[in-house]
Design a protein around this ligand. Structure first.
Ligand SMILES: [Zn+2]
Length: 334
């Protein structure tokens, strides 16, 4: 099954249209720093252009949001789970609309630690043909937003992809004179060795749409900028990878620890906060659904009720903690 194609077709059928996120600014205001606030930096053809800033000890983390679309519940999540959100009023309207649509954000996190500048996950990217209508041939101001936030591409020394799905590798490359070239020319790009080995089987067997590998991953290997790393790779004293397999076979999270504070950039362990209270709900993109459920449950057992913050790539309001609730767990934004 090609989940990308299925989601795209279903979105066509549902007549999905781009929308705008709601309820974002209140959630991160307590920890937001810098003058940018939640105001759009520049209007451009399409895109979210939201910047958020946080710190974890000495480590600074900036979110540059490429998009935040309202999409139908299914097929991203199983149709039979579409009523469950009504049990949890804290999800609406920040993460799920009153009509039951998912607000699916796509954002990159720039991590500044020990003089390093690391981009974690690179969104969908511009000019890229994709099966999903709201993701194809985007023309967003993402790179301008990065620059306005203080991060011109040539100042980035590391790119980390938590996994190699199309919405996490897009800005690895950009189109120049008909060729896909590295967007961050001075960076080393870190891909999980195990994840890349899985991609090689996908390329060979054509079991999934492989265009994003060909236009956003392979050119990085061809340019000699890729480092294939283990799932416990340490980037600095304050940053290291942790395996969080399931969504994809080599999926990793980034653990941040600095001056007694901790956080995890969780990639696609969770797509929406409903999975914090209903961790058995899998997204259509989960390659090994049972393992993804196990990974979510282990995450909640380990970090639930702790001071560790999670930074979630697809959450419209991306930063918060897992706290106790009458329904087991709840996501509490900072
Ligand atoms: Zn994703």
């Amino acid at each position: 099954m090609d989940p990308t194609k299925k989601l795209g077709n279903a979105l066509h059928a549902a007549g999905a249209t781009p929308g705008h996120a709601v309820g974002h600014s209140g959630g991160e205001s307590a920890l937001r720093k810098g003058p940018a606030g939640s105001e759009p930096l520049k209007s451009y053809q399409k895109g979210e252009s939201r910047i958020g800033r946080w710190s974890v000890g000495d480590v600074k983390i900036t979110s540059v949001m490429e998009s935040a679309e309202r999409i139908p519940w299914a097929p991203l999540f199983p149709a039979e789970t579409s009523e469950l959100y009504k049990k949890y009023d804290w999800l609406v309207p920040r993460f799920i609309t009153p009509e039951g649509q998912i607000i699916l954000a796509v954002q990159a996190f720039v991590v500044e630690a020990g003089g390093r500048r690391i981009v974690v996950d690179t969104c969908v990217g511009n000019d890229k043909p994709r099966e999903i209508p709201h993701c194809t041939d985007l023309q967003t101001a993402f790179l301008e937003d990065m620059k306005a936030a203080g991060f011109p591409p040539e100042t980035i020394d590391t790119v980390l992809c938590t996994h190699l799905h199309f919405d996490h590798v897009g800005w690895n490359t950009r189109l120049v004179n008909g060729k896909w070239v590295p967007t961050f020319p001075k960076a080393r790009y870190l891909f999980g060795r195990r994840e890349w080995e899985w991609c090689e089987t996908v390329l060979r067997d054509k079991t999934l749409d492989v265009r994003h590998i060909l236009d956003s991953v392979q050119p990085i290997l061809d340019a000699g900028l890729a480092d294939l790393v283990e799932t416990n790779h340490r980037l600095t004293d304050e940053l290291w990878l942790e395996p969080s397999h399931g969504h994809t076979p080599g999926h990793v999270s980034l653990h941040i620890a600095s001056r007694g504070q901790e956080a995890i950039i969780t990639g696609d362990v969770f797509h929406n906060p409903i999975q914090i209270v209903e961790p058995d709900i899998c997204s259509i993109g989960c390659v090994d659904k049972d393992m993804s459920r196990k990974t979510r449950r282990e995450f909640l057992a380990r970090y639930g009720g702790s001071a560790t913050r999670m930074f979630a790539v697809h959450f419209n309001d991306p930063v918060g903690r897992v706290v106790r609730d009458t329904h087991n767990w709840r996501f509490s934004t900072d």
